[in-house]
Ligand binder design. Sequence first.
Ligand code: BES
Ligand code: MN
Ligand code: ZN
Length: 511
Amino acid sequence: MKIAFAKSGLPKVGSLAVGVLDGGILSPTAQMVDDASGGTLARAISASRFSGKAGQTLEIIAPTGMDVDRVIAIGLGKAEDIDGACLEKFAAAAYAAVEKAPATELTLAVDVIADTKEPVGILAAHAAFGAKLRSYRFDTYRTQEKPEDKPALKTVTVATNEVNAAEAAFAQLDAVAEGIFLTRDLVAEPANVLTPPAFMRKAKALSKDGIDVEVLDEKAMEKLGMGALLGVGQGSSQPSQLVIMRWNGGKKSDAPVAVVGKGVCFDSGGISIKPAAGMEEMKGDMGGAAVVTGLMKALAKRNAPVNVVGILGLVENMPSGTAQRPGDVVTSMSGQTIEVINTDAEGRLVLADALTYTQKTFKPQVVIDLATLTGAILIALGGENAGLFTNNDDLSQALTAAGGKTGETVWRMPMGKAYDEMIKSDIADMKNVGGREAGSITAAQFLQRFIQDDTPWAHIDIAGVSWGTKTKGTTPKGASGWGVRLLNTWIAETFETEGNAKSDKKKAAKK
Ligand code: BES
Ligand code: MN
Ligand code: ZN
């Protein structure tokens, strides 16, 4: 599906979405519709419960006096509440209304309305972004679909007075959309296709976007003493991989931001095997690694003035004659020993070594890890928030703020010594599970044992948000790509300040 921008006005073909404010106040294009159709829109509004509240829609099919096939009136709420997120929802609602319709063209009218929170160009860019995100579909393996069941929409045109401003703002958002789509693709891909080596090759392909990609194979990881990560992969016929992606858009002297992802390409549970029901969902247990990969792509595509290193721990957790057993003791790269009580608590073992490697190699100024780490976080927070665990209050605040801005919200969970004591082992430095109670927290405590004291660190448990069972706003059901926007915004607002290499260059060029 193509996104285009055009001057405001009534289109000649396809479907047209127009905004209506709370109280039934017509936006300028909605007024043009009403005039052209001899008052049909106003009549339809008064004949229905539609009043322009955010989230409401009203469809008029084949309006008399107009060229378009259908008009979708969409509630925008109160003018003073209208922001980018509001226009993303507007676009998603319009898309949903025409998804099954035969029209190939959809026009989204984004008009100038007094008192909105953002200028119309920005609002128009967000409408385009929302339409793009909502249009995502993973159809690689649908070979028998009838043409009439496929989406007909070919072009979404955003009609606005500020075409140039909208196009410029959309270029930045489109880079993020590309990253989100990559994340969604990776999560949706089945585990027989997306093995650790296949994932590694997808990451390597990012070098065409200007990202340096390096890979450690099992031999290299053995040399470094990564017994925790390698133990998880030892039951699989697929070799484990550690992928290191570097985006150097900032000053040479700036320590990088590090983002580390759990990449369990399939989690059968290993010898502590999972029940059959729902096990297929564990193809998505590389969701953290997928977010890191999508984020790197987004940063590169928008040429972000910042240094970021993305690390993926890629393994497959399988039962076999070579698999690790409950009771095994492994030695991590940090030197700490771990008693593996349950082979299904494997993500933390992978992250332990990936985190140690990241800190030792890059001395990052901050470390974030993302992981589909625990079923318990889904029980605690559902699909509404990801779980945030951190040793740093400023970081907590910054991530929470970025979550609020992007709609990818996090909820901070407690940590502390009493929880840490739950993972004491009788024969090793720690065990990999702390019992059923506080399962997401003991998992975070385990990770914290691999964080060097003063490094600001956050762990984001995305087990509840990386996959959705129903379509929500701009996110179709299935792989959500949750986290790319959050981290992209957090990075942009925290690290891409004046004085970075690329912004300096831009300034110099302007002078
Ligand atoms: N990958 C799972 C967590 C998970 C569960 C993600 C459901 C997405 C949906 C993780 O490796 C796991 O198996 N965790 C166990 C930990 C337990 C053995 C301590 C869990 O949550 O049950
Ligand atoms: Mn597991
Ligand atoms: Zn897992």
